[in-house]
Design a binder for this molecule. Structure first.
Ligand code: 5GP
Ligand code: MG
Length: 202
């Protein structure tokens, strides 16, 4: 069981003790990240196919939503052989507030100069859709050439808002997960797999 997780190169006993079960292991994550990168690459090629060669480069801005998406993005960008830039964005959410009261706000500024760019907003998980709804509206105000949404995980049926990601890593059941960037109370982001926590750890 969870407390007896095998020691390995990633073994951090104190953290592993809290793991209930592995939902998605390293191999599946790695394979899916490659597939998403391939799909994105094909879309980028299509986006810029009409432009003369010298103008095709430098138009892609990946916008990771901090902090949960950092591990995913770090893996993803190494499979994207494009001339692209990163524009990090931090959001604060206020759980419990209704969608109408806009429970999500941007901390600081949006990355500058998105006009004419192909922007891909990248988040760890799509739950209610609030984060991506608010963020994609704000990005669209900057007149980008396109806005796409990419999430590692999606909890199906929960999104009340009309948020349709262009790239989805995995559909998962409505359970609280951590690892591969996702946290509980700031911890477990460094766990290399997507896992659930034992009730005692929460
Ligand atoms: P949404 O704005 O779509 O309701 O929620 C997205 C955010 O909620 C995610 O970026 C993440 O911070 C948090 N979240 C939702 N479900 C989970 C989960 O199962 N595990 C973790 N660690 N965070 C979650
Ligand atoms: Mg988040």
């Amino acid at each position: 069981m969870a407390g007896r997780a095998k020691a390995g190169p990633y073994a951090l006993p104190a953290m592993l003790r809290d793991i209930e079960r592995v939902l998605i292991d390293r191999e599946r994550i790695a394979a899916r990240v490659r597939e998403i990168a391939a799909a994105m690459s094909a879309d980028f090629a299509r986006d810029t196919a009409h432009l003369p060669e010298p103008e095709r480069d430098g138009r892609i801005v990946l916008m990771p939503v901090l902090t949960g998406s950092i591990v995913f993005v770090a893996d993803l960008i190494r499979h994207l052989p494009h001339k692209l830039s990163l524009g990090l964005v931090a959001v604060s959410s206020y759980p419990g507030k209704s969608v109408e009261s806009k429970g999500v706000s941007i901390r600081g500024e949006l990355p500058g100069d998105l006009e004419g760019k192909h922007v891909v907003i990248i988040d760890d998980i799509l739950d209610s859709g609030q984060t991506l709804d608010v963020l994609s509206r704000l990005v669209r105000e900057r007149r980008p050439a396109s806005v796409r949404l990419c999430v590692l995980l999606r909890k199906p049926g929960k999104a009340k808002l009309d948020v349709r990601p262009d790239y989805v890593g995995f559909d998962i059941p409505d359970e609280f997960v951590v690892g591969y960037g996702l946290d509980y109370d700031g911890f477990y982001r460094n766990h290399p797999e997507i896992v659930t926590l034992r009730p005692e750890a929460r």
